[in-house]
Design a protein around this ligand. Structure first.
Ligand code: GLV
Ligand code: MN
Ligand code: MN
Length: 402
């Protein structure tokens, strides 16, 4: 098969027009937003045009199904609250182009998917997590975003198009192309990364509840300030993690909501996200213990109440050896001497799909290692190299099956 780079890049730019924002190539297309729903309608039309059977499941995962059995290629088309044009979109549009090129060449059959809420407005990779049985639908339905909207309310927006969950038995494997979202390939001047494994993640919300009071009249020693508790907690875990983490371990407080969030009021309540990632599940568990005990110590010392939301998580996952070997052989043909094997520090739908079938991933460089920001970008030559590696791997896998 011969993928068409112009057609692929044109589709990628077209997808960006749904939710295009910011300077550069930014996108605001969170799961179940108007832009996300419109983009999925556009994608469904592109899938139909190339003869795929369009099927949306109850949570909004959008499939373009080829004749069975087939490989499944794809990623997600929702974005972070502020995101770039390639995170997820690249894997979906590359899948579309490979499916189209393969059809033009007379086979093999290739199915395409765009998963919903990979970016975790509600959970962690919610759409593929539900499809794979990582979490059940009732549990997902009760999850809320930072504004208190439930997953159930949001997916109801797309209920008119929903059919059943797709039977995964029709797929022989899943390959996801993605931007690296980190600096390794860019710094090394390499073009392609073949993923060895994807890190594990834990994510939860914590709430400190103190006493809302007057910011001018309340002496410092009498305050029960919920924001001060957050900053004390943050400094304490940074210190305690030192003996536990490796250079690859990461942790982030990315969302903080203060109540009532006013300049002249001592904050009475602070709810914040705590997320941590590592390739070792035992280390993730040790970090959880530190987080829980440290938060309790801070609450006790300051006379605050502490509560924990549900902890979501995904385990570290290795990639399938056969699919990975096909990507490596293809990378060696497309970009000789300019590819490497590397782990993924970002989460991907592939983690969940690995519960259902063999999975593998390939990366292209992120300029400056930037992602989850409007500035995210990749050189067009690298995007096209990745497309060709994906197509070459599909061809190899098909030859091996024949
Ligand atoms: C997915 O976007 C992640 O946060 O790794
Ligand atoms: Mn992504
Ligand atoms: Mn992302």
């Amino acid at each position: 098969m011969t993928p068409n780079p112009e057609r692929f890049l044109a589709d990628l730019h077209q997808l960006r027009s749904f939710g295009a924002a910011g300077v550069g190539k930014g996108v605001i297309r969170p799961a179940y937003s108007d832009a996300d729903i419109a983009a999925r309608a556009w994608l469904a039309d592109r899938m139909r045009e190339i003869g795929l059977t369009v099927h949306q499941d109850p949570v909004g995962n959008l499939f373009g199904l080829a004749q069975q059995p087939s490989l499944l290629l794809g990623s997600h088309s929702d974005s972070q609250p502020e995101g770039g044009w390639l995170d997820g979109a690249l894997g979906v549009i590359a899948a579309l182009e490979v499916a189209r090129a393969s059809r033009e060449a007379g086979g093999p059959p290739v199915s395409v998917v765009s998963f919903e809420d990979e970016e975790g407005r509600f959970g962690v990779t919610t759409g593929s997590a539900v499809w794979s049985g990582q979490i059940d639908l009732d549990t997902a339905d009760a999850l809320t975003d930072h504004a208190g909207v439930t997953f159930a309310q949001s997916r109801a927006r797309m209920a008119d198009l929903a059919g059943d969950f797709v039977d995964p038995a029709q797929f022989t494997g899943y390959i996801e192309m993605h931007i690296e979202q980190g600096p390794s390939l860019d710094v090394a001047g390499e073009q392609v990364g073949v993923v060895s494994d994807i890190v594990g993640i834990r994510d939860m919300r914590l709430t400190f509840e103190g006493q809302q009071n007057h910011a001018g009249t309340t002496p410092m020693h009498l305050r029960r300030d919920a924001f001060q508790a957050v900053t004390t907690f943050n400094a304490a875990i940074n210190e305690k993690f030192r003996n536990v983490v490796t250079p690859r371990t990461v942790w982030t407080i990315g969302h903080v909501a203060l109540h009532p969030n006013a300049s002249s009021i001592v904050p009475g309540r602070a709810t914040f996200s705590m997320q941590w990632r590592d390739g070792d599940a035992d280390r993730l568990a040790r970090m959880e213990t530190i987080i829980r005990t440290t938060a309790q110590e801070v609450a006790d010392a300051g006379g605050l109440k502490l509560s924990f939301g549900p902890m979501l998580g995904l385990e570290p996952v290795p990639m399938d050896a056969t699919l990975r070997a096909a990507l490596e052989a293809s990378a060696d043909t497309v970009s000789p001497g300019r590819w490497r094997v590397l782990p993924s520090g970002a989460l991907h739908d592939a983690t969940n799909v690995a519960r259902l079938m063999p999975v593998a991933m390939l990366f292209v460089p992120s300029i400056g290692g930037i992602s989850h920001a409007f500035d995210e970008d990749t050189a067009e030559t690298d995007l096209v190299a990745g497309l060709n590696v994906l197509a070459g791997a599909v061809t190899r896998l098909n030859q091996a099956r024949a």
